[in-house]
Design a protein. Structure first.
Length: 274
C-alpha cells in the first residue's frame, strides 16, 4: 500500500528530523504512539523481593497458592478475581478508600461486595511502603493511617496504573512538553510542537485500545488536513471492567455530571428487574 515500515530505536533530533538506527529521517508531521508499560513504584525492597505485572503474570507455569495484588483499579480487580477462581488466596491492597475509584460509588461497592463474598481480602486506605522476603514467602508492608500492616504471600502482583513509553525519544530536542505521566496534547492531539501529534496510552487519560483507534483517525486528519482540524470528543467513551459481574458505563459518572452541570437528574433502574 506504499507504506515504508522500519524497525529500531527512534529519537528526535529536532521538530522535523528523527534519528533511526543512525539514519536521519525528515518529517513534516510526526505521530507519537509509543504506548505505555506497567507502573512500578519506587518502594524499598521491591526490586530485590521480585514482583509480577499484568504483562508477566501470564508467563507463570505454576499457580501461586497466595497472591497480593497491589492496586484496586480495573487490572487489579480483574486479575484478583481471576486468580481467586483458579484457586489462589487473594489480598488486594488499595491506596484510596475504595476499589475502582473512577467508577460510580454504587458500582464500586457492588463489585467490592462480590469480591469479598468470594473470599478476597480487600484492604483500603493502605499505602504500599515496603517489600521483603520471609523464607520462600514475599511480604508487603503498607501504611494504614498511623499503623504499619504486613501481608504475606507467594507472589506480589503490581496493578498500579501505567507509565508512558517516552524513554530514549529525546523529546527535549524537539521541544515537546511532557511529565512522568504523559505527553501533553491539546484538543486536536497536537503536542506543544504543532507538527508533532501524540495518541494512545502515551498521552494518558483513557487507556483503551478503542480510544487509541479513535484518536488515530482524528490525529491523521488533523496532520494531513490542517485547514479542517477536528477536536477529540470524549463525552461518550464506553468503559468496561471485566470482573464477574462486569462493570460498564458510557459517558459521565454522576459525580462528573454534577461538576459540569448545575442541574442533574439521576434515574436508576436495577439490572435485576430487566
Amino acid at each position: 500500500e506504499g507504506v515504508t515500515v522500519k524497525f529500531g530505536e527512534v529519537s528526535f533530533k529536532s521538530a522535523t528530523e528523527l534519528s533511526l538506527n543512525g539514519e536521519s529521517i525528515s518529517s513534516r508531521n510526526t505521530l507519537i504512539a509509543t504506548g505505555s508499560r506497567p507502573g512500578v513504584p519506587r518502594v524499598e525492597g521491591l526490586e530485590e523481593t521480585g514482583y509480577l505485572t499484568n504483562e508477566g503474570v501470564f508467563d507463570l507455569m505454576q499457580l501461586p497458592a497466595s497472591l497480593i495484588v497491589v492496586g484496586g483499579g480495573p487490572i487489579g480487580v480483574e486479575l484478583g478475581q481471576a486468580f481467586e477462581r483458579l484457586g489462589s488466596k487473594i489480598t488486594i491492597i488499595q491506596g484510596p478508600e475504595r476499589i475502582m475509584p473512577r467508577e460510580d460509588t454504587e458500582v464500586s461497592e457492588t463489585v467490592s461486595s462480590v469480591l469479598t463474598s468470594e473470599g478476597i481480602n480487600i484492604v483500603t486506605n493502605a499505602r504500599f511502603v515496603k517489600a521483603s522476603r520471609n523464607g520462600d514467602k514475599k511480604v508487603v508492608t503498607a501504611k494504614q493511617g498511623d499503623q504499619l500492616v504486613t501481608f504475606e504471600a507467594d507472589e506480589i502482583l503490581l496493578a498500579l496504573g501505567r507509565q508512558p513509553n517516552i524513554g530514549g525519544l529525546d523529546l527535549e530536542a524537539a521541544g515537546v512538553k511532557y511529565d512522568n505521566k504523559s505527553i501533553k496534547v491539546n484538543e486536536y492531539l497536537q503536542t506543544s510542537v504543532s507538527n508533532i501529534l501524540a495518541i494512545g496510552d502515551v498521552i494518558g487519560g483513557y487507556l483503551f485500545t478503542h480510544v487509541a483507534v479513535y484518536q488515530a483517525g482524528v490525529a491523521v486528519r488533523n496532520a494531513l488536513v490542517p485547514f479542517a482540524k477536528k477536536k477529540v470528543d470524549y463525552r461518550v467513551v464506553p468503559w468496561c471492567t471485566f470482573t464477574d459481574p462486569e462493570a460498564a458505563r458510557v459517558g459521565l459518572t454522576p459525580e462528573e455530571a454534577e461538576k459540569q452541570y448545575k442541574q442533574v437528574r439521576i434515574v436508576k433502574f436495577p439490572w435485576a428487574d430487566i
